[in-house]
Write a protein that binds this ligand. Structure first.
Ligand code: SF4
Ligand code: MG
Length: 315
């Protein structure tokens, strides 16, 4: 609720902050139990910061996070939180200790949380390996002996070790070969069904979240600009930024492709330390009007759970 995460971006000679990078700037949304909410936007728009703040790897600058009916700020012990919420990272190689065996990597959270020791721990590691489609023999090998897709499976097994209910998947397939991406998405879907998991699935383009998400939120410069059920967002997008992101996805049918109007995104994402006044997308929006510079559009529900923040849709 009204979540903000600002980072200091400049200080005076006494070390007092003079500028802030408003990575997440007043964002509110819900994630329902058992669903996957996709979170999409160009790099630097605040997706990862939103994810990290949600599971309190970062302390929010303002706002509240409510989990299972209780505020994260006051309702949970740190240790309980670390068991309930886990994260899967973009680069599985960088997030795995190269000097540890895969078995020890997966078993580490079991030690930290004192969940299992001895033969019980070994059994748990083996069942986690099987759960993610690896073999028990893989426990004695090191991360460099695995392919990118297998390493991501190790990262998933490590996240699952503590039996979490909510997982932030931060671009888990962006670094993988296209042929491997679908396998990892299928695995995540299968695990969600079997274990009743809830996901926030972060990606930088709309093609990657389409198949796994029940709903999708589109983020631009620290704000959510549109949020809708997946089917609706892809067939009836309302925000000019969503339209531009969708038009960047290639359509396999050359006939439709040739008829389709491409919306090019002009220029770069503005500096989040100094975002444009009014609508932050206005410097790249081909529909921008005078009002867009003066007044910030508010995210509004147009009915059916389809939310958009744009003056064009403001009736
Ligand atoms: Fe474009 Fe204005 Fe809508 Fe922003 S509010 S997306 S600038 S039309
Ligand atoms: Mg990121």
């Amino acid at each position: 609720r009204n979540l903000k995460k600002y980072f200091t971006a400049g200080t005076d000679f006494l070390g007092r902050p003079t500028a802030y990078l408003k990575a997440v700037d007043n964002v509110s949304f819900d994630i329902y139990p058992g669903e996957t909410l996709g979170l999409v936007g160009e790099s630097g728009c605040g997706k990862s910061t939103t994810g990290r703040t949600l599971i309190r790897l970062y302390t929010p600058t303002a706002g509240d996070i409510i989990f299972q009916g209780k505020s994260l700020a006051t309702g949970f012990a740190e240790k309980t939180l670390r068991r309930e919420m886990q994260m899967i990272f973009q680069d599985p190689y960088a997030s795995l200790n190269p000097r540890m065996t895969v078995g020890d990597i997966i078993g580490e959270p079991l030690n930290i949380h004192r969940l299992a020791a001895g033969s019980e721990r070994t059994e748990r590691i083996i069942s986690l390996l099987k759960l993610v489609g690896l073999n028990p023999e893989h426990a004695n090998r090191f991360p460099h002996e695995f392919s990118g897709g297998q390493r991501q499976r190790v990262g998933i097994a490590r996240a699952l070790a503590v039996n979490p209910s909510f997982i932030i998947c931060d671009e888990p397939i962006s670094a993988l070969d296209v042929s491997i991406q679908a396998q990892v998405v299928n695995l995540l879907e299968q695990l969600q069904r079997e274990l009743g998991l809830t996901y926030l699935f972060i990606a930088h383009d709309l093609a990657m979240v389409k198949h796994i998400s029940n709903r999708v939120a589109v983020m631009y410069l620290g704000k959510i600009v549109e949020l809708a059920k997946t089917e609706e967002l892809y067939t009836q997008p309302l925000h000019p930024y969503t339209l531009a992101l969708l038009s960047a996805i290639p359509i396999p049918d050359p006939y439709i492709e040739s008829k389709r109007e491409r919306i090019r995104l002009e220029g770069d994402v503005p500096n989040p330390v100094n975002p444009p006044s009014g609508c932050r997308f206005r410097t790249r929006c081909s529909y921008a009007m005078d009002r867009c510079a003066e007044e910030e559009p508010i995210l509004k529900d147009l009915g059916n759970g389809h939310l958009v923040a744009c003056h064009l849709k403001d009736h």
